[in-house]
Design a protein around this ligand. Structure first.
Ligand SMILES: Cc1cc2nc3c(=O)[nH]c(=O)nc-3n(C[C@H](O)[C@H](O)[C@H](O)COP(=O)(O)OP(=O)(O)OC[C@H]3O[C@@H](n4cnc5c(N)ncnc54)[C@H](O)[C@@H]3O)c2cc1C
Length: 474
């Protein structure tokens, strides 16, 4: 019998490990292990935990239609999850275990440990590459080194894509020899994670609904993506990130749908969406090459010399959407209430925390993880380090977003701000991004700006310059 250990790959379609097990023509059992202590160490958002739980029921149905049972256990952490797998292996006389790799350091260590333990039991562990279209380590420059700049990486990536077009694998046949498992091991409605959960009903969990969302985005919005993606008041992006993050959808499914029947050169919108999917791969590849990123270190060495104020009062104001900068506050409230935030806003609020409030980017990174329904280590770390200018091909440190002009540019009529900051709903368009003067006359609960952007900008520039000079001098 073969056992497939599911983690953040909660689907049967285009799941490399699962399909390899099915193709063995042996009975297959699928397994999922909740590890609340490890999730908590990784700041997993309660809303993401809820989404995973709901998705597991769908996965169970999808697996059942293919003749595969889903067994389930809860343990404390990654280390003990290996013991659970070994117990199942003995209990069910499993001969091979299949899993899809995760590239973060703790996850790699867990799988190394599993490999050692299973080898001792004379069981083969098959570790498949599944998360990316191209295996991390396979898109490199002529010298065989990894790319440190996105544009040449993307160029090489696109060339490779022409050579190796996207393929989505499907299982069609039912698993002939049904695996027999104990009732008590089966995933059931009573399974509850010992982990806080927060309602995730706004997000789909059925495979068909998720695929419908992908299809309708590609059909109706992808060609306009380039023009609409930066405006948070418009539904211009796919909102597929929660499903990619838990593996209910694969990146290959997204690319295949985007490129389906596209003979002429892709529209600008489609090209840009493809580019975003490639950014996702870029950060996964970086994680594979640079384990220090999993340890919370900055990519650029001088990042360690930056000084942070980390003022608790300011951090709290940022978290609660009470900074007095409307676009920042609207964005943070969207995050707190829905578990999702528009990409342009993620950049604005991250820049604000780091460069206007002089707070260590890792504080923001952890907070995002604790709230995001789509929290994914590589993309989150990459995004935060990009904004903090400590990352690989990050924003130059002297480019500092002005939160007021960013709001005026990307939410010109204040529609988004009005939606999330009702205190400002009655403000005329002209004042919506600079409400303090108007409100001080009217009297309102909305706070005055907690910092002066101009002043903070100068402090930040000096801080970054010092950090760089310090490293140059040593
Ligand atoms: C500070 C910061 C933190 C972020 N944290 C996360 C995170 O934890 N999880 C996450 O999935 N994305 C993260 N992103 C990237 C991006 O903001 C989201 O992927 C995007 O907003 C999701 O919305 P969407 O599905 O509508 O994206 P679309 O615009 O439709 O893009 C399609 C997909 O491409 C990927 N993608 C898009 N932009 C990026 C990007 N810049 N980097 C990496 N992948 C990208 C996502 O998987 C996304 O679902 C972060 C960005 C920043 C600046």
């Amino acid at each position: 019998m073969r056992l497939v250990w599911f983690r953040r790959d909660l689907r049967t379609i285009d799941n490399t490990a699962f399909i390899a097990a099915i193709n063995s023509n042996e009975p297959v059992v699928a397994a999922f292990i909740a590890t609340p202590d490890s999730w908590s160490q990784h700041h997993m958002a309660p809303m993401q935990a809820d989404l995973i739980k709901r998705r597991l029921f769908e996965l169970q149905n999808d697996l059942a239609s293919l003749g595969v049972p889903l067994i389930y256990a809860e343990t404390s952490d990654y280390a003990s999850s290996v013991d659970v797998v070994c117990n199942w292996v003995k209990q069910y006389s499993v001969t091979s275990v299949h899993l899809n790799k995760e590239y973060e350091i703790n996850e790699v260590r867990r799988d190394d440990k599993a490999e050692q333990a299973l080898t001792r039991l004379d069981v083969v562990l098959h570790r498949h590459d599944d998360k990316c279209q191209f295996i991390p380590g396979s898109v490199v420059n002529k010298q065989g080194h990894y790319f440190k700049v996105f544009t040449p990486y993307k160029r090489a990536y696109l060339q490779k894509l022409e050579q190796f077009p996207v393929q989505v694998q499907k299982v069609t046949a039912v698993n002939g020899q049904k695996a027999k498992v104990d009732e008590c091991d089966l995933f059931s409605k009573d399974c509850s994670f010992r982990y806080p959960t927060e309602e995730s009903q706004a997000y789909q969990v059925s495979t068909e609904q998720i695929l419908d969302q992908l299809r309708s985005f590609v059909k109706e919005h992808s060609d306009d993506y380039q023009d609409e993606r930066d405006f948070p008041a418009i539904e211009g992006t796919s909102r597929l990130s929660p499903y990619l993050a838990i593996g209910a959808l694969s990146v290959r499914q997204c690319m295949a749908r985007l490129l389906y029947q596209q003979t002429a050169p892709l529209s600008e919108g489609r090209q840009t969406w493809l580019s975003e999917l490639i950014w996702r791969e870029f950060y996964q590849h970086l994680l594979y090459f640079e384990p220090k990123l999993s340890r919370g270190e900055s990519f650029l060495p001088w990042g360690v010399h930056l000084r942070w104020e980390n003022c608790p009062r300011r951090i709290k104001a940022w978290q609660q959407g009470q900074t007095g900068y409307p676009i920042v506050d609207a964005a943070m409230r969207q995050l707190n209430q829905t578990g999702w935030m528009h990409n342009r806003l993620r950049m604005i609020v991250a820049s604000f925390l780091v460069k206007d409030l002089q707070v260590d980017w890792r504080v923001g990174e952890d907070y995002f993880m604790s709230k995001l329904v789509d929290g994914e280590y590589a993309a989150n770390n990459g995004g935060w380090q990009w904004c903090a200018s400590t990352g690989c091909d990050g924003q130059p440190y002297f480019r500092i977003f002005n939160p007021t002009t960013q709001g005026e540019r990307f939410d010109p009529k204040g529609e988004f701000v009005r939606r999330w900051v009702p205190e400002l709903a009655d403000l005329p368009d002209k004042q919506i991004h600079q409400p303090s003067k108007w409100l001080s006359v009217k009297g309102s609960s909305y706070p005055a700006p907690i910092v002066d952007h101009k002043v903070q900008r100068e402090i930040t520039l000096a801080n970054y310059k010092n950090a760089k000079d310090f490293l140059d001098a040593t």
